[in-house]
Ligand binder design. Sequence first.
Ligand code: NAP
Length: 358
Amino acid sequence: MSNDATPKPATLKLADLKLSFGGPAASETAPDAQKSPSGESEDRPIEAKVVIVGSGPAGLTAAIYAARADLAPVVIGGLESGGQLMITSDVENYPGYADGIMGPEMMADFRRQAERFGADFVTDNVTKVDFSERPFRIWVENDEYQADAVIVATGASARWLGIPGEARLRGRGVSTCATCDGAFFREKHIVVVGGGDSAMEEALFLTRFGYKVTVIHRRDTLRASKIMADRAFSHEKISFVWNTAVEEAIGDDKLRALKLRNTVDGTRSDLEADALFIAIGHDPNTAIFKGQLDLDAMGYIASPDGVSTNVEGVFVAGDVNDLRYKQAVTAAGAGCRAAMDAEKYLEALEFPIEEAIA
Ligand code: NAP
C-alpha cells in the first residue's frame, strides 16, 4: 500500500538532474541533485528505462535506436568514451563517409545523433552491476542507476606490447587493426607481431598492400591453426622471424624501424619497417560482469544469438561478444539489434500478453 502522505519518489530520472551532453558526469552532478527539499542528502538511485554501458559504435547505435523509440536511454560511456575508434585515425571502410573520417570525429557524430533524440550521457566508468533482480542495478562509484533493461556494449581492447615508442607512434605506423589501417601502407615494408590466427589473418590481408610482410613471433612455433599457418607459409610476400621480441618502435613523426631481441640468445638487431601491426589478441571488457552474466571460455559475454544474454532483459552488442568481425559497422549493427530487442522486451513488460488478451 502506498502512503499518500509521503509521496517522495524512490528514484530520480537522469533528466531531472539536468545533465547535458558534454556536461559534467552524473557522478559529479548527482550529490546536489539528490538533496531533499529539507537539504538532507538522500542516496536515491537514478532511474532509467534503458541503461547502455559503453559508447563505441555498438553502444552509440543502441542509444540512437533506443532514444528514437522514446526510451530516453542513459549511456554510461566510460571515462574514455567512444571506444577503440578514439584511437583510430582515418576510417575509410564505414559506409556513408565517402572521403573517410577520423575515428573520434565519427564517434562524436554518432553521439550527437543519439543526443538529438534524447539520450543522456555519463562520462564515467561503471564500477559494479547487480543483474540478479529487476530493476537491474548499475553503479558508478556511489551513484546507483536502476534500469528495466540494460545493453552491454563495453567492447574489447586490443593488447599492446607496452614497448617504448608504441604509444607515440600509434596512428603513425603502429596499429592493432589491419582492416582499418593496412591501406595506408601500399608498397611498404609491413611487420606483424604475433603467432596466432589473428596475426596470420592480418599478415595475409596486408600482403595486398605491402611489398613485403614480415611476421615476428616470440617462439619458434605458431599458435595459429594449421590452415592459417599453411596459408601464411606458402605466401610469397610473407616471411617469418622466429624467437624474436620487438623491444622498441623507432621514428619521429612516423615509424622508421624496430629494435629486436632474440629470445633465445639475447642478441639485438634493428629492422627497418614502415608499419607495425600488433596482433597478439584482444581482451573483452567484461571484468565487471563476472558472476552476473555468463561468459564464454575466452571471457566474452556468452550469447546464443549475438543479442540476448543468460539474463532476460540484459542484452549485448558489439566486440564484447564478437571474437570474429570486430568492425565498427558490425558493432553498429549489433547495437541496433540490441536496442530493438530491448524495446520489444520493455513493451512486453508494460503490456503483458494476459493483459493484452483481456
Ligand atoms: P591468440 O590465439 O591468443 O594468439 C596470440 C598470439 O600473440 C600468440 O602467438 C602469442 O604468443 C602472441 N603474444 C601474446 N602476447 C604477446 C606479447 N606480449 N608479445 C609477443 N607476442 C605475444 O590470439 P588471436 O590470434 O587474436 O586469436 C584469438 C582467437 O580467435 C583464437 O581462438 C583464434 O583461433 C581465433 N581467430 C580465428 C581466426 C580465423 O580462424 N580466421 C582469425 C582470428 C582469430 P605465444 O604463442 O607465444 O603465446
